[in-house]
Design a protein around this ligand. Structure first.
Ligand SMILES: Nc1ncnc2c1ncn2[C@@H]1O[C@H](COP(=O)(O)OP(=O)(O)O)[C@@H](O)[C@H]1O
Ligand SMILES: [Mg+2]
Length: 188
């Protein structure tokens, strides 16, 4: 987290959020307060969330799982195979077990109904156990035009996850942290 360069006000706010979230992780665990990082690729969402994860792992011995949505969903799907060593509940339990789950690339690719269902299952179980989740998204909250010439909008995070999940997260004090600057890749 120390390596995160914060120049603009919104970058400073994102960094402050990450610091507080990690420093007060005991409190976060009591309430299960989750958060969503929303912004274009290259804005440092993975970087900053990894910083949170590493800090609470090393300082507090917390269990943290960092996974892309794709990989998390694949693990559950693989448990459906007849020759699978893992049952579906075991695959889901592995995603529910960690003190903090960081789900990267949420809404990246078009989610099939099965994918959404799996994701919903995991988030729901974590919610019931008051376990916090950090969601990292490269798509905006609302449906959006990928290109100005597009006729149809692409699904935003609300369509992808379902508005209920976002609402619930907010009611629980969860924050949407905007990473509303351009990509930092190669700039520093
Ligand atoms: N504010 C920042 N300070 C230092 N490095 C940054 C910052 N933002 C992004 N980077 C670097 O830029 C690259 C892209 O960041 P990344 O976290 O992968 O972005 P995202 O997950 O939002 O797509 C990484 O190498 C990351 O370390
Ligand atoms: Mg990323």
């Amino acid at each position: 987290m120390k390596s995160f360069v914060a120049e603009s006000d919104s970058q400073k706010r994102a960094l402050a959020f990450a610091k507080t979230y990690a420093d007060e992780f005991d409190k976060v665990l009591k309430t299960g307060r989750s958060a969503v990082f929303v912004g274009k690729p290259g804005t440092g969402k993975t970087h900053l969330s990894a910083g949170i994860g590493l800090r609470i792992m090393h300082r507090d011995n917390r269990t943290v799982l960092f996974s892309s949505v794709l990989r998390a969903v694949r693990r559950v799907k693989e448990s459906w195979r007849r020759d699978s060593a893992e049952t579906e509940s075991q695959a889901i339990a592995a995603l529910v077990f960690p003190d903090l789950l960081i789900l990267d690339e949420v809404g990246q690719q078009f989610g099939s109904d099965t994918e959404k269902l799996i994701l919903f299952d995991v988030l729901n179980e974590r919610y019931e156990k008051r376990k916090p989740t950090l969601l990292l998204a490269n798509v905006p909250l609302d449906d959006y035009l990928k290109n100005p010439s597009d006729k149809e909008k692409s699904p935003g995070l609300k369509s992808f996850l379902g508005e209920r999940i976002i609402d619930r997260l907010r009611e629980d004090g969860g924050e949407i942290v905007p990473f509303d600057w351009e990509s930092m890749r190669g700039k520093l």
